[in-house]
Design a protein around this ligand. Structure first.
Ligand code: XLS
Ligand code: CA
Ligand code: CA
Length: 439
């Protein structure tokens, strides 16, 4: 098989003092952190769409990326070359998992039947390469947003024919995900949202979205697909208002339609910030509600208001998110998917390696620091102490549910001196910094 990245050898761990740009400084797959190896904790995942099919075009200019498969003669040949290149990348970067959409792994045909046949051919080859390189599928999904037919959405389209087409496409995507042993299946909203309420029946659209999800659950049972279903929240882009706005909105939606037992969430950092939340906020909320499924680790740019999908290099965010993951007891069967693309000006093939190395080192270091933060127990102890009034006396009675308004009024009337304590935010931020500086 052709070598696509001949200028880069297998990337190895060389430690913090290494000056080799193509080496890990912190990601040491076999290093044990807490109760697992780094590799087991992090479950790094290559995003097929950004890494293999992203060309670097933006609203002002066309593609810039130099890619070794650019010379392929047909789209099927190109898809096969991309597959080969993706496994070489995973192999050289020691990435165990990948994730894909049906339409980025294989080109679309003129009809659904033709698209399915092309997909089958590519998936055959993918299966072969997965065995050869010992790689796994974190999740599969269907692209229900790129083709112009999805102009009004997929399951929320005003056109029932599009609902049917979407169902058929998900059916096939779920089948191939099962076939490849996918650990999860992702539903990101695509164009499930609206631009203006002047032309929108929001009630019907939301009911239909729930109908499609219910059909997905039923079909998974029918074919014995046991992967975890994940909804990926995003507040806007491409529509002005996406229905799966954020974790809280998704939770309400799932409960409303009786789907809460069947879905968890795939949280993306850049989507969290677009919703005016921190990444940690979204992960924390999912964790305390038992629905933390998987993570798309990237980052946005605080100066830009859109989904820039940059490789994650912010150590502060990585620490706080890994802290949540550790408190969750891990992220399996989810993982950390680099849903990130190199900048348009980083167009050389080697930039892909440098970007993944930067992201992988950031989360490896974040994991190490988070484990220390957890072991140090200062944060947990502080929070526990801050709420200690609920462990005894009137607080304990409130929590047990043994008092109501009358009892609380009697208590409050007799309690003439209420004392509050400082929240010590600056001290705690300094403490987190100390862990980062000293590790
Ligand atoms: C787009 C999403 C998408 C999902 C998968 O913003 O991040 O790539 O992760 O459909
Ligand atoms: Ca994503
Ligand atoms: Ca994104």
């Amino acid at each position: 098989m052709r070598e696509y990245f001949p200028n880069v050898a297998k990337v190895k761990f060389e430690g913090r003092d290494s000056k080799n740009l193509f080496a890990f400084k912190y990601y040491n797959p076999d290093e044990v952190v807490g109760d697992k190896t780094m590799k087991e904790h992090l479950r790094y995942t290559l995003s097929y769409w950004h890494t293999l099919t992203g060309g670097g075009s933006d609203p002002f200019g066309s593609a810039t990326m130099l890619r070794p498969w650019d010379d392929a003669e047909t789209s099927i040949e190109m898809a096969k070359q991309r597959l080969e290149a993706s496994f070489e990348l995973m192999d050289k970067l020691d990435i165990e998992y990948f994730a894909f959409h049906d339409r980025d792994i294989a080109p679309e045909g003129k009809t659904l039947a033709e698209s399915n046949a092309i997909l089958d051919e590519i998936i055959d080859y993918c299966e072969e390469l997965m065995k050869k390189y010992d790689k796994k599928l974190l999740w599969g999904t269907a692209n229900l947003f790129s083709n112009p037919r999805f102009v009004h959405g997929a399951s929320t389209s005003c056109n029932a024919d599009i609902f049917a087409f979407s169902a058929a496409q998900i059916k096939k995507a779920m089948e191939i995900t099962k076939r490849l042993g996918g650990k999860n299946y992702v539903f990101w909203g695509g164009r499930e949202g609206y631009e203006t309420l002047l032309n929108t029946d929001m009630k019907l659209e939301q009911d239909n979205l729930a109908r499609l999800l219910k059909m997905s659950v039923d079909y998974a049972k029918e074919i014995g697909f046991e992967g975890q279903f994940l909804i990926e929240p995003k507040p806007k882009e491409p529509t002005k208002h996406q229905y799966d706005f954020d974790v809280a909105t998704v939770m309400g939606f799932l409960k409303n339609y009786g789907l809460d037992k069947d879905f968890k969430v795939n949280i993306e950092a850049n989507h969290a910030t677009l919703a005016q939340h921190t990444f940690q906020h979204e992960v924390h909320l999912a964790r305390i509600n038992g629905i933390l499924g998987s993570l798309d680790v990237n980052q946005g740019d605080p100066m830009l208001g859109w989904d820039t999908d940059q490789f994650p290099t912010n150590i502060y965010d990585a620490v706080l998110v890994m802290y949540e993951v550790l408190k969750n007891g891990g992220i399996q069967p989810g993982g950390l998917n680099f849903d990130a693309k190199v900048r348009r000006a980083s167009f050389e093939p080697e930039d892909l390696f440098l970007a993944y190395i930067a992201g992988m080192d950031t989360f490896a270091k974040g994991l190490q620091i988070a484990q220390k933060l957890l072991d140090g127990e200062e944060l947990e102890t502080f929070v526990k102490e801050r709420y200690s009034s609920y462990t005894e006396g009137i607080g304990a009675q409130i929590v047990e549910g043994s008092v109501g308004f009358k009892e609380l009024e009697a208590y409050a009337l007799g309690n003439t001196e209420i004392v509050n304590k400082s929240g010590r935010q600056e001290m705690l931020e300094g403490l987190v910094n100390q862990y980062i500086y000293n590790s």
